[in-house]
Design a protein around this ligand. Sequence first.
Ligand SMILES: Cc1cc2nc3c(=O)[nH]c(=O)nc-3n(C[C@H](O)[C@H](O)[C@H](O)COP(=O)(O)O)c2cc1C
Length: 205
Amino acid sequence: MGDSIKQKQIIIAMTGASGAAYGLRLIQKLLTADICLHVLLSDAARIVLKQECDLRLPESASETATALAQHLGCDTNNLRCYDKYDWFSPAASGSSNIQQMVVIPCSMGTLAGIANGMSEQLIERAADVMIKERKQLILMPRETPLSAIHLEHMLKLSRLGVDLIPAMPGFYHRPESISDLVDFMVSRVLDHLHVANMEAKRWGE
Ligand SMILES: Cc1cc2nc3c(=O)[nH]c(=O)nc-3n(C[C@H](O)[C@H](O)[C@H](O)COP(=O)(O)O)c2cc1C
């Protein structure tokens, strides 16, 4: 891990909603941009990664980092993974130098946990910290159709300043592959994180 004072650090949480490819692509893009990542995976995220991406991750956090980096063709220098109850990780405290967090994809279960300040596992706790410290929290919720419960949670969080970027790719750039659709959504997240993304297709350019 690089110089924690100067280097940008971001928490990336993946949960058990469909769309694991969004999370993997974002991690790959941010590692390529030399950003330090603190990656948190829910148990359900591991199941979805296996189902959707054929990616079976080991249980231990350090082995997960190695397997993830290998899968993405990146090195592990800027990548840390943590167990779901690792309250000693930087993500668990407001005193850390981490200013941004993305939950991608975000399940309705984790959305509910965050909206209600549950802090039962590290993902919810880290999100709670971002909200209380008035740092940047981005959620990419994925479910369809949405119930009033889901919508109320999203409205509550939006009013607290949380960025909601739902997994709803546009089609006006004429995607030719699933990868194009994934990149569309990941580009929107990179823009909100203020990370340069020269490959993004932009309207009017
Ligand atoms: C393949 C698969 C796809 C799923 N897709 C969704 C989804 O799109 N949205 C959602 O809210 N839950 C989805 N679920 C259910 C969640 O994984 C489940 O509610 C889980 O408890 C969420 O836990 P987590 O928030 O800790 O990740 C899916 C589960 C599986 C196995």
